[in-house]
Design a protein around this ligand. Structure first.
Ligand code: FAD
Length: 324
């Protein structure tokens, strides 16, 4: 394992200053939330940062506050705290679905959203796009768990369970860096490999995610997160669906449906959303939504199973909303 310097900080400003200082010394930097992923990457050598800036003791960085129709969530909130926060169902269910109780007790919202891909080529030291190389080995290799949407030139799937839930809720991502704070919507935060195959988000060097803000949900909104895994628990999604609907009685007024586990970024099903508006969630409508969801799917040689799985996951998510 490569030696690195650990810096414990107690404020976001201190974190930004420490990152700026390290960069000006020519050192690479990683921020650490709960460390549930980063520490293993440091041990495995897939993260070779010179300096680790530990955010765990940053004051006030895990609070939830609401004002003027906006709820702000501090990025250092743990997934366990988030799952028990009483916020939107889709978000608390997504948080509760991550890993194990031990992981959720320390893992943070920011770390979850910014975790690196879990493609086995990247995680096992292959010099792929994500490791700074110029090849995606999954294209002709083991691609059972890779993307069926938004692939090329890299085919990783975005690994975060919170990301599709936050995208479905219309979250903005609050980023701090040397130039102060900026707020970015999901479309601009998550980066397709066609834009930059080495990265999954638009955080610049020295920038960190400090939290998210969400429009406070309308009283007539309902939401649900459904996750299918290749085993019963403790792992990432094969396919997941985050759905947020606003209802006028039994009629859908607006719909936001985002897939996880199947695309290089949280994958918004715009055509399905438009189709649902003005309709009731009848059996036929749910079936049609499931079919429409897979219209743009482009499976690789070994991940065709994700196509019917996605269709079924969309159906099950909508049925869960019908059945409460
Ligand atoms: C057995 C196991 C099962 C898992 N299952 C799931 C799962 O089901 N779903 C899922 O989504 N994840 C899963 N994970 C992945 C991961 O542990 C969790 O996503 C966790 O939420 C990461 O949060 P953390 O705070 O521990 O991140 P860390 O390990 O601290 O960091 C993860 C990455 O994010 C970066 N980072 C951390 N904080 C910031 C910040 N504020 N700004 C910018 N970058 C930052 C780090 O540099 C690092 O690259 C699993 C991990 C394990 C080991």
């Amino acid at each position: 394992m490569k030696a690195f310097t650990n810096i414990n900080v107690s404020s976001i400003d201190e974190a930004v200053s420490a990152a700026t200082q390290a960069s000006s010394n020519g050192q690479s930097v990683a921020f650490s939330g709960g460390g549930t992923d980063l520490l293993q990457q440091l041990k495995d050598g897939t993260d070779t940062s010179d300096v680790v800036i530990n955010l765990r003791n940053v004051d006030g960085a895990k609070e939830i506050s609401s004002a003027s129709g906006i709820t702000r969530i501090g990025g250092l909130i743990t997934l366990d705290e988030l799952s028990n926060s009483g916020l939107n169902d889709v978000l608390t269910q997504a948080a509760a679905s991550v890993g194990t109780p031990q992981i959720r007790n320390v893992a943070t919202l920011s770390g979850n959203v910014t975790q690196r891909p879990w493609c086995w080529y990247y995680r096992n030291g292959f010099n792929c796009y994500k490791a700074g190389g110029d090849e995606c080995f999954s294209v002709t290799g083991e691609n059972q768990q890779h993307a069926i949407y938004g692939g090329g030139p890299s085919y990783i799937v975005h690994p975060s369970d919170l990301a599709p839930a936050l995208a479905a809720l219309g979250a903005s991502f609050i980023v701090a860096g040397p130039d102060g704070e900026r707020t970015v919507n999901a479309n601009d935060f998550f980066v397709m490999p066609s834009q930059d195959p080495a990265r999954e988000n638009s955080l610049a060097s020295g920038e960190l995610l400090v939290g998210v803000s969400l429009p406070t949900p309308a009283a007539n909104s309902v939401s649900h997160y459904h996750k299918i895994m290749d085993r019963e628990a403790w792992t990432h999604a094969e396919v997941s669906v985050a759905a947020v609907l606003t209802m006028n009685g039994e009629i859908i007024e607006s719909a936001s449906i985002v897939l996880g586990g199947v695309a290089t970024v949280p994958w918004k099903l715009t055509a399905v959303e438009s189709y649902l508006v003005g309709r009731q969630l009848s059996a036929d409508v749910v079936t049609m939504a499931g079919q429409m969801a897979i219209a743009g799917a482009r499976p690789l040689a070994k991940n065709g199973h994700k196509v019917p799985m996605t269709s079924a996951a969309v159906e099950r998510t909508l049925l869960a909303l019908v059945n409460g």
